[in-house]
Structures are given as C-alpha cells and as structure tokens.
Design a protein around this ligand. Structure first.
Ligand code: PHE
Length: 342
C-alpha cells in the first residue's frame, strides 16, 4: 500500500512539473490523456488497488480520488490561463480600429449648397443674426396675406406658386417666416431664414423650380436703409473675401416701402463689364427694403416706434458667381462630376 501511495504522490508532483512546460491547448490535451486517460500511469496505479486488503483499498481509493481531483483542477486552471493569454494576444495583434476610413473609398462630403449655406449662416451669425428655418409647406396667410398681399392682390402673381390640394403653399420665398419672426419677440429682432423655396417655373440655366433663399429681417428703433446696405455690404465682402461695391435701385415688393434691388459690383469682371453682368458691371443680387408698416402692424409691432429692413437672396446665384458656375440646374442634378469639385 505504501508503495502505491508514494507512486500517487510522485505522479502528482511530476504532473505539476510537466504542466509548467505546456504552452498551448493542444499540448494540454495530450497531457490530460497521458496523465489521466485510460492508458495513463494513474489508471495503472489505480488498477493495482484491487490486490490490496479491503481497509487499505478504502484508504488508497480516497487518496487516489483526491489526486485525481487535484489533477483535474490543475489542468482546468492551466486551460483558463492559456485561454486568457490567447485572448490578450489576439487583442494585441488582431484588433480592429473601426474608426479608420475604408480603404479605396472616399468618405464623401457635404453638397456644395449645404457647405455654402453653412458658410453664409456663420457670417450672419457673427453679425448677431439668429437662424430660423422655414416650413417648406405653409399657408396662404404666412406666404402672402401677412405680407401685405390679401387674397386677390395682383402682386401675388409675381410668384408662380405650387399649391397643394388642401390649398397649402409650397413656399415661394422665405419671407413666409417674417410674420412669425416679428411676432416671436420684442425688438431688437435680428434673424435670417435660410431655406428651400419652390416656384412653378420652366427651368433653364438661370431658373430652377426648387432653390434656396436667405431672408434677413432686422427691426429696432431708428433702423434705416443705410443700415441695411451696410449689413449687406459686410456680408458680401465676407462671402467673396474681397471688398465689393453695392448699389441700391428702387423696385416694388408689397411688403417693403421703399423697396429695391441691391446690385453687387460684378464679381467676375470687377465692374469692367462681361457676358455675365451683360456688360453693365453690376449684378442684381437681391430684393429688399424697409419693412412695410402694414407688415409690422399685422405682427403687432408699433410701426411708429420701430422700423426695420428685410431682404431675400437666392443662394445658388451667389455660389454660381463665387465659383463661376454657368448652369443653376447642376445643383440638383446629382451629377458627381459637379459635386466632387467642392
Ligand atoms: N421675398 C422676395 C422674393 O422672393 C425678396 C424680398 C425679401 C424682397 C424681403 C424684399 C424684402 O422675391
């Protein structure tokens, strides 16, 4: 019996030594078979128990089970250790940076209109204007009536309007937000409205049915036309990154009085005269004027205390002049040859 017990002890110590050298799961499996399997030394030792006396059998059996349990434990621990090592090695060698842009793919960029819209918004924001986005579909009241154009007013015909079956308007200009802006707070009020507008027009190189406008509204005590011209001049100088002359000429819009057009010294020929400015040296850029007292009254603003100005320009036209683009239809064409240039 003594001999068997010694053999068992020896078996476990040599197993401990053997385990230390094992460095992979496959070797550990082989080790398991060798030290505990049917043909293992342990099984041989256990077989010899049958020749012992009954009380010795109990004693040795107990010891043998203990040794077997110990061995199993050791192998299990070793397995856990190996797996842990394997995982941390994998984490080191095979990690993937999911934030790296894909190979061979250009990640894309914002559409030129969006880029320029943000660029223009930033300039006005720096001047203290708040940004208000319009509803693309609105009602008759906001697009026309509140702007001093009651139903049946002939000036409504100046805007070729898309109407929905429910008699809503696809906004023809971002002036559609004027009444809401004027009602929303007390002066000073400074806001710009960049947004999509729609006109039921045939398209050509200079006209689109869908385009972007920037409305501007400024109301306070003592505001004059020269404040407006100064504001617009500062904007254009920033937008085109150079000093450009502007000029005001009278024009009619029912919601301003006086109303006018602001023209900009031709960006392309610098006022010398070219095909784009029709050899006048000037480009008509936007409609504007002092907000009509009726529009202020309609929004509950005392027109004797406060005055204000408003303007509206088409964003695409400004971009076309900045980059010498000849056809407005390119903006919505989805043509990547165009889009990729920005
Ligand atoms: N809403 C006008 C248009 O679309 C432009 C404009 C805005 C004119 C504000 C005057 C004042 O034509």
């Amino acid at each position: 019996m003594e001999k068997i017990l010694i053999k068992l002890e020896k078996h476990i110590t040599s197993a401990q030594e053997g385990l230390k050298k094992i460095d992979c799961e496959k070797k550990l499996d082989e080790f398991r078979v060798k030290s505990m399997g049917r043909k293992s030394q342990l099984t041989n030792i256990l077989r010899s128990i049958k020749d012992l006396k009954t009380e010795e059998k109990v004693l040795v059996g107990k010891k043998a089970n203990e040794i077997k349990g110990k061995l199993e434990n050791m192998i299990e621990n070793k397995m856990a250790e190996l797996q842990k090592k394997k995982v941390s090695k994998l984490a080191e060698t095979e990690w993937i940076d999911v934030t790296v842009p894909g190979k061979g793919h250009k990640p894309g960029h914002l559409h030129p209109t969006t880029q320029m819209m943000e660029y223009a918004e930033d300039i006005f924001q720096d001047m203290g204007f708040e940004i208000v986005y319009p509803n693309e579909i609105d009602d008759d009241y906001h697009n026309f009536t509140s702007l001093n154009m009651p139903e049946g007013h002939p000036a409504r015909d100046a805007w070729d309007t898309f109407w929905t079956e429910e008699e809503h308007v696809m906004i023809t200009h971002t002036s559609s937000m004027q009444n809401r802006i004027l009602k929303s707070g007390s002066p000073p009020i400074r806001a710009i409205v960049p947004g999509k507008c729609f006109r039921n027009e045939a398209t050509d190189a200079r006209h689109e049915h869908t385009f972007y406008q920037f409305e501007g509204v400024y109301v306070d005590k003592g505001i004059t036309l020269s404040d407006m011209i100064g504001t617009l001049q500062a904007f254009f100088n920033s937008f085109y990154e150079r000093d450009l002359k502007v000029k005001f000429t009278p024009d009619f819009f029912p919601f301003v009085e006086p109303g006018g057009m602001v023209s900009l010294e031709c960006v392309l020929c610098r006022g010398k005269g070219c095909r784009v400015c029709k050899y006048t040296g000037w480009l008509e850029i936007l409609g504007c004027g002092m907000i009509h007292p009726n529009v202020l009254k309609e929004a509950g603003i005392d027109h004797k205390t406060y005055t204000g100005f408003a303007w509206g320009f088409g964003l695409e036209r400004l971009i076309m002049l900045k980059y010498n683009i000849e056809d407005v239809r390119l903006f919505h064409s989805g043509d990547l040859r165009f889009v990729k240039q920005f």
